[in-house]
Each structure stands twice: as structure tokens, then as C-alpha cells.
Design a protein around this ligand. Structure first.
Ligand code: CP
Length: 310
């Protein structure tokens, strides 16, 4: 893990904690350069990438594909629903196989937290692992696109007041963002149902009422209520949640002039954010999706750099 010849070099990208501030800022700069039209470097030998998504995804899966196409990489199709996973093959044996076939980079989303650990420690698997989300663990490429979007807006992290509100317990986005944002000098606040603010969040910021932070925050980051990770017990009122914990028109008008709205998406419209505000002037949700392609190009480039200098 390092910066080599001014370029970030990473064998694997699995957590935000494993990246230095210098590497994070380097990836953001490369993402911005790609966005501003920087040409991709010529690749002197074929590189094979497989996107292995064992959980549903639109943004992460398709923006990795777009990033791979823009970089001129070769994609090896993988569909978990028609693979030998259905015959009981484990994730480890699936990746061992892809690596043996000559796949250089495996982008993986899987429901098991820390699934990547045995893959990156394997002496036999030679493919680089890029984590596209592990259960409620980490989502580093989402975190990097969030950071790129904040940096593009404000040009800094130091001193920004950033609120993260919603389904904290199940959110790999919150867990990926909290440590790095604090490390980069932002001041964090958590909002939403207090039962979802558990001890693991305390070192990074205090829990506050949304109505107490909405006028002060520079960034209001809302999280999706992840019904698929809830046990289904108990009544959930969309309207009740929206009024208590969501971005309503009334709260929108109390935001600072310069403040922005973020959400990793998919958005539950009229739950976390009022339908009409998802594409409102202060919303950066579409920009987050656009930036996802460019920051994922930067991530893949960093992995290629490490593999070229190994
Ligand atoms: N934000 C995000 O990870 O979206 P997908 O689940 O569609 O990839």
C-alpha cells in the first residue's frame, strides 16, 4: 500500500480503515481528474475483471462495469444465480476458481461481514479483491464517492459539520464514512432513531435530534431504511418515520444556503427524503452516482498500479 510515481497503489481495496489519508486524497484527486477528462493510460497487456455480486445492486455493480469499460479492461461475466454456488460451492472456492482462470481483479458484494479476509490471506488466490459491500460491514467505493462529492463541493473536510441520519446499525455506508471523515477533520453528528445509534458510533460523534442540527450542518447525509436487514417484527410507519427523521420541505428550508443533501441510494422516497427533494437544488444524490464511476476508475487504476509494480 503506497503512493508510487505519484499514483496510488493498492493490492486490495476492502475497508476504509486500511487506507491512509494520503491514499484517500490521492484516489479523490484521480477521480476528479478522470471526471475532468484526463485520458486513461494505455494498458500494455489484457486485464481481466469479474464482478461477483451475491447481493442485489444497481449503482455499485453498473458503475464498476462502466469504470472497467472506460479503462479498457476485459469483463468476465458472473451471475450468482446460475453459478455453481447453487451446487453448494463456497465463496472461497468460487474466487479460487476465478483466480485460477486468470481473473486479475474480483469486485465482490456479499452478505457476510468480513468475507474478504480469507480471500486476501489466501496463499493461492492471486486475484486482487475490491469490496463492493460486505453485509453491514464496509462499502469503501461508496465512501470514496461520498468523499469525492464532499471534496468537490467544499474543497476540504476540515471543520465541516456532517450529519449522518437513519438506519445506522445496518449501514455499511455509515461505518465506512465515520472513521475516515473524522480522520480527515470533519465534525460528525448522528441522527435518526436513537435505538440505531449503538456504542460503535460513540467515538465518532454524538447523537442529536435532526431538528437541532438541520440549520448547522454543511452535509446532511441520509441513509436508506434497510427493511431487508430488519427482522420484520414491529410496525414501521413510513409517514411517521418521515415526519420524525426524514427531510421534509420544512426542514429543507431551514438548511444553510451552502449545505448539501446526500444519500447513497436507492432512496425510499417520502421516507428518508421527501419525493420532491431528491432532485432539489441542494441535493447531490445524482452527482454521487456520477462520481461513483470516476472514483471506481481511480480504485481500479490503483489496483492495476500495485499489480504492475509487484
Ligand atoms: N449505493 C449502493 O450501494 O447502491 P446499490 O446497492 O444499488 O449498489
Amino acid at each position: 500500500m503506497a503512493i508510487i510515481d505519484g499514483k496510488v497503489s493498492l493490492q486490495h481495496v476492502v475497508t476504509m480503515e486500511s487506507l491512509t489519508n494520503e491514499e484517500v486524497l490521492g484516489l479523490i484527486q484521480r477521480g476528479l481528474a478522470f471526471k475532468w477528462g484526463e485520458a486513461t493510460a494505455a494498458i500494455d497487456q489484457p486485464v481481466y475483471v469479474s464482478n461477483l455480486f451475491f447481493e442485489d445492486s444497481t449503482r455499485t455493480h453498473k458503475s464498476f462495469e462502466m469504470a472497467e469499460l472506460r479503462l479498457g479492461l476485459n469483463m468476465i461475466d458472473f451471475d450468482a444465480k446460475t453459478s455453481s454456488v447453487n451446487k453448494g460451492e463456497t465463496l472461497y472456492d468460487t474466487i479460487l476458481t476465478m483466480s485460477a482462470l486468470g481473473v486479475d481483479i474480483c469486485v465482490i458484494r456479499h452478505s457476510e461481514v468480513d468475507y474478504y479476509r480469507e480471500l486476501i490471506e489466501s496463499p493461492t488466490i492471486t486475484a486482487s479483491i475490491v469490496n463492493g459491500g460486505d453485509g453491514s460491514g464496509q462499502h469503501p467505493s461508496q465512501s470514496l464517492l461520498d468523499l469525492m462529492t464532499i471534496y468537490e463541493e467544499f474543497g476540504r473536510f476540515e471543520g465541516l459539520k456532517i450529519m449522518i441520519a437513519g438506519d445506522l446499525t445496518h449501514s455499511r455506508v455509515a461505518k465506512s464514512n465515520m472513521q475516515i471523515l473524522k480522520r480527515l477533520g470533519a465534525e460528525l453528528f448522528f441522527a435518526g432513531p436513537s435505538e440505531w445509534y449503538t456504542a460503535e458510533f460513540e467515538p465518532y460523534g454524538q447523537h442529536v435530534a435532526l431538528d437541532d442540527i438541520v440549520e448547522q450542518a454543511d452535509v446532511l447525509m441520509f441513509l436508506r431504511v434497510q427493511h431487508e436487514r430488519h427482522d420484520g417484527n414491529g410496525h414501521f410507519s413510513k409517514e411517521g418515520y418521515h415526519q420524525l427523521h426524514g427531510l421534509t420541505q420544512e426542514r429543507y428550508h431551514r438548511m444553510k444556503e451552502s449545505a448539501i443533501i446526500m444519500h447513497p441510494a436507492p432512496v425510499n422516497r417520502d421516507v428518508e427524503i421527501a419525493d420532491a427533494l431528491v432532485e432539489a437544488p441542494k441535493s447531490r444524490i445524482v452527482r454521487q452516482m456520477q462520481n461513483g464511476v470516476f472514483v471506481r476508475m481511480a480504485i481500479l487504476e490503483a489496483v492495476l498500479q500495485a499489480r504492475a509494480t509487484k
